[in-house]
Each structure stands twice: as structure tokens, then as C-alpha cells.
Design a protein around this ligand. Structure first.
Ligand code: DSN
Length: 417
């Protein structure tokens, strides 16, 4: 890096370049989305100046009257989004977590003691780092028992999860994944947790927007605590929230502040409020349904070209392609596929497939998500073309110079300014 690049102007130029990169490429990263300009506006607002440790009406700083109102709106909008009116008195909303990992850490810190047992999905089968992976604070602090998917079907085996819950009597069970393409049966998880006398945490980071949009069953009524990021299918700003049963609200609040965080980011809370309100509109429900139908169509189009999709398809916004079981591509790693596709203008991530024999930085799979491209206007009818692009690049193992125009396709779907 030379001194010329260490300038304010170079950051502005790089941000323009990042926008151009998005516009020139097809974004299939399952955890990304494009928040609307309305949602992003508060992020640059003066609310970011305000220190407001504490909660509305009980802050450790003066001058919080306005941000108190913002946070109360965010809390109520979150309840309205996920909890039916008649149940709202039983629930508590915390909109302060800076990220999904902060939300999960705060739940563990608030409800568990070091050494307590957590039953959660292993990262290798589609769980999340913060659900107890050995290198994460969660795995270092708690006794982790992992469940995975059935090796033949790629589906969660609820009987096996129940067996593990009865055997290990965890204090907490986590339902939630980053790479599971099928509907999660939160009702069954609730029954399993109650029979084991465990708390149930539903981490809905990937599917929050689908739940809000009415195309995935809700964990409300089944889980004691719900955590989520706000920027994936929910299409908000970066950040997170916790929804929990009222009797756990005090512990959760104290565990966020002062337990694991200091001052909340009031500009981010304002942006979360906008996202929670926009997600209540009919158009958001239509968006969520289109995400699911578009993902299902792309999975089907790839299957018809010989690709092995883990679990045979998708009910949500994402799916995993198992290259090791795709005839003709068995020797192609997820890393090589990711790189070939990026060179061609298709951006996604390599991902371990359940039972992967390759190391995590290499993998035998790729993960494909449609939330971002559907925000840009993609529809099921566009998926045959996209499947042909992916297939052509992976089978030729190079970017074709003739016959396909990925950049022109990407430009049909405008990235929000
Ligand atoms: N690692 C993120 C994902 O891509 O799913 C979740 O935090």
C-alpha cells in the first residue's frame, strides 16, 4: 500500500468500485442482501453520535429522549413483525445486539453457566460458528453436543435430536442453520426441548425474512428465545435482535448491557426499525415468496443439468451443491468452483457439504442463495439462463469467451443505489 492510497478520496473511490463490482456480477451469497435506501439512510444520521448505554427510560447518559423513542419504535415494530398481537404481552424485544454472534453470546451468558451443555447443529453439517464450534468462545465455554443431518437424505433427523437431548439433558438446544435448505420444524424442536427440560433457542438469522414474509413456519410459540441478524433475508442493515419470553427479558437485557456490550448503535437501531416496518408490508411478503420460488427453480434447473443438490432441493432461499456427487465434476473442489465462478462474474461461497472429506478451506460444495438477486429483480423465469451460466463455467473450467454474457445478465438486475 503506498501513501497515495491512504486518503479519504481513495476510500470514496473504493466504495464506488465496490458498487460497480456488485452491478457487474451476479450475487448468490446466501447471507447477503441489498437493504433499501430508506433502510440505509439512518446509518449515516446523527443518531450515531448519541451515547445511550441502558434502555429506553433508564439510560446512563442525558439527552436520550429522542433515541428512546427510536428504540421503542424498533422494539414494537419487531414485536409486530413476529409476534401476534394477542401474544405480545408474553414477549420481550431487545434490538441492541451489534451482530448475530453478539446476540447468541448474550443469550448463552444470560441463561447458562460455563460448562453447561448445549445441543446444537455442527458447523460441518450446516450449523453456525457461534453454536459451539471448538474455535469459538461458545465451544470453549460450554459443553457442546452436536447433531447433524442424515447422511442419506441430508435432512434433520428429529428422532436422533430427541435421543441426544434425552441422553445429554442439555440446558439449551439451538435450532438454526446457515446451510440447511429445508423447513425447520420448530414445533418438534419445542417438544424435544420441553421433554428434556431445556431452553430452546431458535437462531433464525438466515430465514427471518422468510418467516416475516409468511413462507417459513415461525418459532414463536415454540422457542423460549429467538435470535437473528437483520441483514440477510430480512433485508435490513447489519445487526441483530433478540426476542424472548417476558420472564427471560431481564436476564437477556442485562446480558447485552452491561454483560457483553456497551453503548448501543442508535443509528443502526433506527435503521433496524425501518427494516422491521418495511417487512410488514405486503410487498415484502411477495418478495419473500419470490425468493423461495426462485431458489427452488434454480435448484431444479441445476438438478436437470446433473448437479447433486443436498437434500434434493430447497424450501427456503438457499441450497448446497455437492460437487463430489455431481457426475463429471467429482474432482472439482468447492474452492476451485468458487474461484472459477468469480472469475466469470458469479459470486458465491464454497461450503462444506455434510460429511465432507475435504478441509473447510477447500470443501466439496458451493452454497447458492437467491435473496440478493431477487431484491435486484430476478425471478424464477431467469433461472434456466443462470443455471446454464453456472454449468458452462464449471464444466469448461474456464470463463467462456463466446456464447454467454454473464455481465449483460447481471446488468439486467439493478443494484440499489
Ligand atoms: N457466516 C454467515 C453466513 O454466511 O451464513 C452467517 O454468519
Amino acid at each position: 500500500m503506498n501513501t497515495k492510497t491512504l486518503s479519504v478520496a481513495s476510500i470514496a473511490q473504493l466504495l464506488t468500485a465496490e458498487h460497480t463490482r456488485h452491478q457487474n456480477t451476479i450475487n448468490l451469497i446466501a447471507s447477503e442482501n441489498y437493504a433499501t435506501a430508506e433502510t440505509r439512510a439512518p446509518l449515516a444520521s446523527i443518531a450515531g453520535t448519541k451515547y445511550a448505554e441502558g434502555y429506553p427510560g433508564r439510560r446512563y447518559y442525558a439527552g436520550c429522549a429522542v433515541v428512546d423513542e427510536i428504540e421503542r419504535i424498533a422494539q414494537q415494530a419487531l414485536l409486530d413483525l413476529f409476534v401476534p398481537k394477542e401474544l405480545q404481552a408474553e414477549y420481550h424485544a431487545n434490538v441492541q445486539p451489534h451482530a448475530g454472534s453478539s446476540a447468541n453470546l448474550a443469550v448463552y451468558n444470560g441463561l447458562l453457566k460455563p460448562g453447561d451443555t448445549i445441543l446444537s447443529m455442527s458447523l460441518a453439517h450446516g450449523g453456525h460458528l457461534t453454536h459451539g464450534h471448538a474455535v469459538n468462545l461458545s465451544g470453549k465455554t460450554y459443553a457442546i453436543v452436536s447433531y447433524g443431518v442424515d447422511p442419506d437424505t441430508g435432512l434433520l433427523n428429529y428422532d436422533e435430536i430427541e435421543r441426544l437431548a434425552q441422553l445429554h439433558k442439555p440446558k439449551l438446544i439451538i435450532a438454526g442453520a446457515t446451510a440447511y435448505s429445508r423447513t425447520i420444524d420448530f414445533a418438534r424442536f419445542g417438544t424435544i426441548a420441553r421433554s428434556a427440560n431445556a431452553f430452546l433457542l431458535a437462531d433464525i438469522a438466515h430465514i427471518a425474512g422468510l418467516i416475516a414474509g409468511g413462507c417459513h413456519p415461525t418459532p414463536v410459540g415454540h422457542a423460549d428465545i429467538i435470535t437473528s441478524t437483520t441483514h440477510k433475508t430480512l433485508r435490513g442493515p447489519r445487526g441483530a435482535f433478540i426476542l424472548c419470553k417476558k420472564d427471560l427479558g431481564g436476564k437477556v437485557d442485562l446480558s447485552i448491557m452491561p454483560g457483553t456490550q456497551g453503548g448501543p448503535f442508535m443509528h443502526a437501531i433506527a435503521a433496524r426499525a425501518v427494516a422491521f416496518l418495511l417487512a410488514q408490508e405486503q410487498s415484502f411478503g411477495d418478495y419473500a415468496k419470490t425468493v423461495c420460488s426462485t431458489a427452488a427453480t434454480l435448484a431444479h434447473e441445476l438438478q436437470s443439468r446433473g448437479y447433486h443438490i443436498v437434500s434434493g432441493g430447497t424450501d427456503n432461499h438457499l441450497f448446497l451443491v455437492d460437487l463430489s456427487k455431481t457426475p463429471g465434476l467429482e474432482t472439482l473442489s468447492g474452492k476451485e468452483a468458487e474461484q472459477l465462478l468469480e472469475q466469470a462474474g458469479i459470486v458465491l461461497n464454497r461450503n462444506a457439504i455434510p460429511g465432507d472429506t475435504r478441509p473447510p478451506l477447500t470443501t466439496s460444495g458451493i452454497r447458492i442463495g437467491l435473496a440478493a438477486m431477487v431484491t435486484r429483480g430476478a425471478k424464477p423465469a431467469d433461472m434456466a439462463q443462470l443455471a446454464t451460466f453456472i454449468d458452462t463455467v464449471l464444466r469448461r473450467r474456464e470463463t467462456p469467451t463466446t456464447g454467454i454474457d454473464i455481465r449483460a445478465f447481471a446488468h439486467r438486475f439493478t443494484v440499489p443505489a
